[in-house]
Design a protein around this ligand. Structure first.
Ligand code: ADP
Ligand code: MG
Length: 224
C-alpha cells in the first residue's frame, strides 16, 4: 500500500508569515483524511505542500517512501502528474471544452495514453464513474455547480493517481451536492485511493477515517 508521509513541514511566506509549524501527517491509500480549521489556519498551505504545488521552507514529503521534496523541479512535476489528483473549491473547468474533454486534459501530457481515442474512452468512463453519463457532451455553463465539481473529480482521476487532495471541495455547493461529492470521495477511498480533504465544513466529519484540527499553522492530534 502506498502512502504520503509529510514530515516536519514548515512554510514561511515572504520571510515573515509562518503558515506551517513543523506539521507531520501520513495519508495511506484507502483512507479518507480530513483536516479541519478556521480560515487562515494553514490548511491550503498544507495541501499545496503535500500536493507538490509549492515547496516547504523545510521538512520532507515522502511518496511511497521516496523523499520527493528534494527532487529537481521537472521530476517533482512528474510525480505530481502520476500520483496526485486535485479538486478545488472553484471547479476550474475550461468553459470552451465539453465535460469529457475537460477530463481528457490531464491525459494529454501523460505518455501512457497512446492516442486520442483511448483518452476519449477513458474520459467518458470517468464521467460515468461520477454519474454524469448523460452530461458528457455538455459544456460547463450547461452544468450545475455540483455537476461541475463532479467533472472536476473525474478530471482528478484522469491519470489514475493513488491520492486525491481536495481543498474546500464543497465550498461553493449546497448541502445536497455536498453529500454527493463527499460520498463520491468516500467511495474512491474505499476503492483504494488515499483522500485528503481540507475543509471547515463540519458535515464532512461523518465520512472521515481520521480527522485533524489545524490552528495557527499547528496540526493537532488525530481524532476519529
Ligand atoms: P487556510 O487555507 O486555512 O485558510 P492558508 O494556508 O491559506 O489557510 O493561509 C495560512 C496563512 O498563510 C495565512 O496567514 C495566509 O495569509 C498566509 N498565506 C497563504 N498563502 C500565502 C502566500 N502565497 N503569500 C503570503 N502569505 C500567504
Ligand atoms: Mg484555504
Amino acid at each position: 500500500m502506498n502512502s504520503i508521509v509529510a514530515k516536519d513541514l514548515v512554510k514561511v511566506y515572504n520571510q515573515k508569515v509562518t503558515a506551517l509549524k513543523e506539521v507531520s501527517i501520513t495519508i495511506n491509500q484507502g483512507e479518507f483524511i480530513v483536516v479541519m480549521g478556521h480560515s487562515g489556519s494553514g490548511k491550503s498551505t498544507l495541501l499545496q505542500m503535500i500536493g507538490l504545488l509549492d515547496l516547504p521552507t523545510s521538512g520532507s514529503i515522502f511518496i511511497n517512501s521516496k523523499d520527493v521534496s528534494k527532487l529537481p523541479k521537472n521530476a517533482i512535476a512528474d510525480v505530481r502528474q502520476k500520483s496526485l489528483g486535485f479538486v478545488f473549491q472553484a471547479f476550474h473547468l475550461n468553459p470552451q471544452l465539453k465535460a469529457y474533454e475537460n477530463v481528457m486534459l490531464p491525459m494529454l501530457i501523460n505518455p501512457e495514453y497512446k492516442n486520442k481515442a483511448e483518452m476519449e474512452k477513458k474520459a467518458k468512463e470517468l464521467i460515468d464513474v461520477v454519474g454524469l453519463s448523460e452530461r458528457a457532451e455538455h459544456y460547463p455553463s450547461q452544468l450545475s455547480g455540483g455537476e461541475q465539481q463532479r467533472v472536476a473529480v473525474a478530471r482528478a482521476l484522469a491519470n489514475d493517481p493513488d491520492f486525491i487532495l481536495a481543498d474546500e471541495p464543497t465550498g461553493n455547493l449546497d448541502s445536497e451536492n455536498e453529500v454527493i461529492i463527499f460520498t463520491l470521495l468516500k467511495e474512491l477511498a474505499q476503492q483504494g485511493k488515499g483522500i485528503m480533504v481540507v475543509s471547515h465544513n463540519e458535515s464532512i466529519l461523518e465520512y472521515a477515517d481520521r480527522v485533524y484540527y489545524m490552528k495557527d499553522g499547528v496540526l493537532g492530534d488525530e481524532k476519529r
